[in-house]
Design a protein around this ligand. Structure first.
Ligand code: UDX
Length: 441
């Protein structure tokens, strides 16, 4: 393989995993970040994010000399065949993507370019942004370059696996030469490549995330119907999923989607549509359903407990999904805020995300060292994130540790019959209520 010199700007999830993966397949990669402390830690092989498998690959490729970290753009850009932009595009208050960081990097590239390079945008950016980046760079340099859109589809928690084993690599380019450079860089991944124009590639990213979010909100609405019609959403999803046109993935009903992508990208796409005078009615409904879904456990618990005042709620799981310490747009935030506001005492547990949670949850929340400690003496349990150590709790433990065996499960972690056999009052999503004691009355 023809090893290339690559610079990656931004060492968040996307940038760091991309850089590490590119070094793993034999390229010479320099990751750039403005944060000197973060760069120093990464140079010692300490990853700033919790991501299974990442530390090992970081250490291995740093040792082999394929992977470097620096705060110095110039050092990274000189002689680079490709410069990957992977900085954040946070959501502004109006739902649009904030392109401040992208613009700053584009200007930096222009100032430091010494020979032809392909500028590759990994960050999720509104349709048309790559054209804007191209103009911005061209304004400050005469050195030839091309801009390519190469969106990222990795999931947090399985980011390394997804990058090495993705379903497709999308290359959006208006220059055949640039597309070939990026195709060649990615060749060792042995993942199918889909080539298109820049704007379509930008749209593929938004459309994919919006479609997946739609799938989740759709099954959540079906779940809400199932609850009223005594059907079981798990069986409904399994039966639907056997139709290959539908597929069985992303049909898990629950308390909605969170994280750094779906909430932000769906809002941004609604805005992008609005900018060209198109009302994206369907996507607006997807967002509305999700906002409602996050509060579901509160409504169910209020109905049973009457009031939250003075009640202790064990909140199991805080991260927006398992295998990550990411709290962005996690349902636990809304739930904890509302519970505290209603006068409940919240005792929260998460195996990894506690430190991040402390920064975003209300101060009144208490933290437990183990799921058992959280449950001990609580009036009810809220299951918010389906971590393995939370799913490993047995019905017997709920019975022994809670004051009353009352469980509100936002992730459908338990078998209904098992909970019934253990006399647990159990409310899950889109499945019949289990209330053995009440049934006897
Ligand atoms: C997502 C996309 O999957 C990825 O391709 C894109 O690059 C970034 O956004 P991520 O946010 O890391 O990845 O997590 P993902 O595993 O997709 O889950 C997102 C949210 O949806 C989580 O809150 C999860 O709990 C929820 N979800 C997912 C469901 O509620 N039901 C499902 O069936 C699947």
């Amino acid at each position: 393989m023809n090893s290339k010199k690559i610079a990656v700007v931004g060492t968040g999830y996307v940038g760091l995993v991309t850089g590490v993966a590119l070094s793993e397949i034999g390229h010479n990669v320099t990751c750039v970040d403005l944060d000197a402390g973060k760069v120093a830690r990464m140079q010692q092989g300490i990853s700033p994010i919790y991501e299974p498998g990442l530390d090992e690959l970081m250490t291995k490729n740093s040792a082999s000399g394929n992977l470097h970290f620096t705060t110095n753009h110039n050092e990274a850009f000189v002689g680079a065949d490709a410069i990957y932009i992977a900085v954040g595009t946070p959501e502004k208050e109006d739902g649009t993507a904030d392109l401040r960081f992208i613009n700053a990097v584009a200007e930096d590239i222009a100032r430091n370019l010494t020979s032809y390079a392909v500028v590759v945008t990994k960050s999720t950016v509104p349709v048309g942004t790559n054209d804007h980046i191209k103009q911005l760079i061209a304004k400050h340099t005469d050195i030839p370059f091309d801009v390519v859109s190469n969106p990222e589809f990795l999931r947090e928690g399985s980011a390394v696996y997804d990058t090495l084993h993705g379903d497709r690599i999308v290359i959006g380019a208006d220059s055949e030469k640039a597309a070939e450079v990026i195709e060649e860089i990615n060749e060792p991944f042995d993942i199918p490549v889909f080539k298109t124009d820049v704007r379509s590639a930008e749209m593929i990213k938004y459309a994919s995330n919006a479609f997946l979010a739609t799938k989740i909100s759709f099954i959540n609405e079906i779940a809400n119907l199932c609850e009223r019609l005594d059907a079981n959403v798990e069986d409904v999803a399994a039966g639907m999923g056997q139709d290959k046109r539908i597929g069985d993935r992303f049909l898990n009903a629950g308390i909605g989607y969170g994280g750094s992508c779906f909430p932000k990208d769906t809002s941004a796409l609604v805005q992008i549509a609005g900018n060209v005078e198109h009302e994206f009615t369907l996507l607006k409904a997807v967002i509305e359903v999700n906002n409602h879904q996050q509060r579901l456990l509160l409504d169910k618990a209020r109905e049973q407990l009457g009031s939250f005042k003075g009640k202790t709620i064990a909140m199991l799981g805080l991260a927006f999904k398992p295998n990550t310490d990411d709290m962005r747009e996690a349902a636990s935030i809304v739930l904890a805020e509302q519970l505290v506001l209603a006068g409940a005492n919240v005792v929260a547990y998460d195996p990894i995300a506690t430190e991040n949670a402390k920064k975003v949850l209300p101060e009144a929340v208490n933290y437990a060292e183990s799921p058992e400690q959280a449950l001990k003496g609580a009036d009810a349990a809220f299951l918010v994130t389906e971590w393995d150590d939370i799913k490993a709790l047995t019905p017997q433990q709920y019975k022994e540790l809670l004051r009353e065996p009352l469980v509100f499960d936002g992730r459908n972690c338990y078998d209904l019959n098992v909970m019934r056999d253990h006399h647990i009052e159990y409310y899950s999503v889109g499945r019949p209520v289990v209330a053995p004691e009440k049934e006897l009355v």
